[in-house]
Write a protein that binds this ligand. Structure first.
Ligand SMILES: Cc1cc2nc3c(=O)[nH]c(=O)nc-3n(C[C@H](O)[C@H](O)[C@H](O)COP(=O)(O)O)c2cc1C
Length: 489
């Protein structure tokens, strides 16, 4: 059975520790009642020695077992800590034992989650190195200082990067609980859990705990405004048009939207259109251009801009991620065109390759990358979130004037194998020479399925060749000088 461990650690916030256990227990029972299935997961509390823990305010909490007694589990949730006198995460120097246990469990496949200062414990475990992560706004600089190799994002609410989940505010543990239920038990179970544990608290209009979209269900003015924006379909709609359709003035529209959802009319219209487009992206195969027009954006570029603003990524990347997320567990970053093409085993094999391996999907607009193995992430310094859904040309940055690029482009168009070396740039901006082999993959009927890219960092060779070239030139020049001297004698 799926096992979720709530980590009990001296000095943590008692509300986070006990809140996690309550949320998981309530959610488990609600899922059982609603679906009639047996317990979807087991929740276990544990501490370093199996004895009770004392939280940052001196309260004692019992736990069921010790970390070492748990040989394997599916998720670990780390609560946040009582901050030290400077308001920062306390020192974690005495937590090397639990950090090592967390690291071990992660390497065996467990999802590891931390909220607020709990994220620092994942840093101690070395799990933030090279990973996109976040913590509360107050702690983000300290997180970067203590774990300089962490790719820390300011202001993000929750980030998952290769089975490490981090959330910002100290009380975001509720999000961690729901996120892990979703990751381990699926969307339907997570929805039941969320409805049971969170949405009740949001059913009054004055409540602070309300997702923006949820407000419209409670406010008839917003509901009507949303309906008008959706019905406008592919016709552009201005603030003036919306005010008229609502039989009100632009000024009143502005005031009421500001009051209800803190948005200007333009921001409101764009958001509702982006939400519509987002649903279409998830459920249809329409191209980004078609979506832009059916959602009523004046052109594709303004749609892309608005989408990026609200969804935090490009439309193509969003589509790829949603599809990937809907894959069964273990296939998270691999889209399958045929059932057998990128099964879990193959993913594991590709992840252990010494070369970078990528797959691009030629059936999607601009052939985005749908799979990238670990080595590719290591070579480029980019995480999967950065890579998936993008065309790989982003690695060239502004350095586009390269002879190999034209050859590559032509071979891809002709669906032929090609090898080129290109100047590429890592996430930190440093140059590397990327030797890239592209091979088209066809199915039995000759249909092109994917483009397979195999990459390796050939910087050392390129620099050695450049040095040999320079040395040869110098020797030739010296030989020339020598000859001249001889001739002169
Ligand atoms: C599977 C695959 C992997 C690729 N990997 C890289 C890469 O690592 N670096 C790079 O500069 N281009 C890479 N490319 C090439 C670019 O995606 C693009 O095809 C190339 O820049 C030529 O197209 P363009 O002129 O439209 O940019 C890859 C292409 C494919 C199909």
């Amino acid at each position: 059975m799926i096992k979720i461990v709530v980590a009990g650690i001296d000095g943590c916030l008692g509300s986070a520790f006990i809140g996690l256990t309550d949320t998981l227990t309530l959610a488990r029972d609600a899922i059982m009642r609603t679906t009639g299935v047996e317990a979807p997961f087991q929740m276990v509390t544990a501490s370093a020695d199996g004895a009770g823990i004392i939280d940052g305010f001196g309260h004692r909490f019992e736990v069921a077992t010790s970390f070492e007694e748990i040989s394997s589990c599916d998720a670990i949730l780390a609560p946040s800590f009582q901050p030290d006198e400077t308001g920062q995460a306390p020192s974690m120097s005495n937590l090397s034992g639990v950090a090592a246990w967390i690291r071990r469990q992660h390497s065996r496949g467990a999802l590891v989650c931390g909220a607020g200062t709990g994220v620092f414990l994942l840093g101690e475990a070395g799990l933030l190195d090279g990973r996109r992560c976040t913590t509360g706004w107050r702690g983000i600089d300290e997180l970067k200082r203590r774990y300089p190799r962490a790719d820390a994002a300011r202001g993000a609410s929750l980030i998952e990067d290769r089975r490490v989940v981090t959330a910002g505010p100290p009380l975001a543990w509720i999000d961690l609980a729901l996120h892990s239920i979703r990751a381990l038990c699926g969307d339907a179970a997570a929805r039941i859990a969320a409805e049971f544990t969170v949405l009740d608290a949001s059913s009054n209009e004055d409540s602070l705990y309300q997702p923006t979209g949820y407000l419209s269900g409670l406010n008839p003015f917003l509901l009507e405004a949303e309906r008008i924006v959706r019905q406008a379909g592919d016709k552009p709609l201005s603030a003036y048009d919306l005010a008229r359709a609502l039989s009100t003035s632009e000024r009143t529209l502005h005031r009421r939207l500001k009051q209800a959802c803190d948005e200007s009319p333009k921001a409101f219209i764009d958001r509702v259109k982006v939400e519509t487009a987002r649903t279409l992206l998830e459920t249809t195969g329409k191209s980004v251009k078609e979506l832009a027009s059916s959602a009523g954006f004046v052109d594709e570029a303004s749609f892309r801009r608005a989408f990026r603003r609200y969804a935090g990524m490009a439309p193509g990347a969003y589509r790829v991620l949603v599809r990937a997320r809907n894959q069964p567990k273990g296939h998270v970053f691999a889209l399958r065109k045929t059932a057998e093409l990128i099964p879990e085993m193959l993913t594991q094999i590709l992840d252990s390759c010494v070369n970078g391996v990528t797959l691009a999907d030629p059936d999607q607009e601009d052939a985005p990358i749908v799979y990238a193995n670990k080595e590719f992430q290591r070579i480029t310094g980019y995480s999967l979130d950065d890579i998936i859904g993008q065309n790989c040309r982003f690695l060239q940055g502004a350095d586009r004037d390269q002879e190999g690029r034209a050859r590559l482009r032509e071979a891809i168009e002709k669906r032929e194998h090609v090898e080129v070396t290109l100047r590429n740039y890592r996430k930190d901006g440093s140059l590397f020479y990327n030797t890239l082999n592209i091979t088209p993959l066809f199915d039995a009927q000759g249909q092109l399925l994917y483009l397979l890219g195999i990459q390796y960092d050939s910087t050392a060779r390129a620099l050695a060749e450049a040095e040999i070239g320079a040395l040869k030139a110098r020797l030739a020049a010296l030989a020339g000088d020598d000859r001249e001297n001889h001739d002169g004698n």
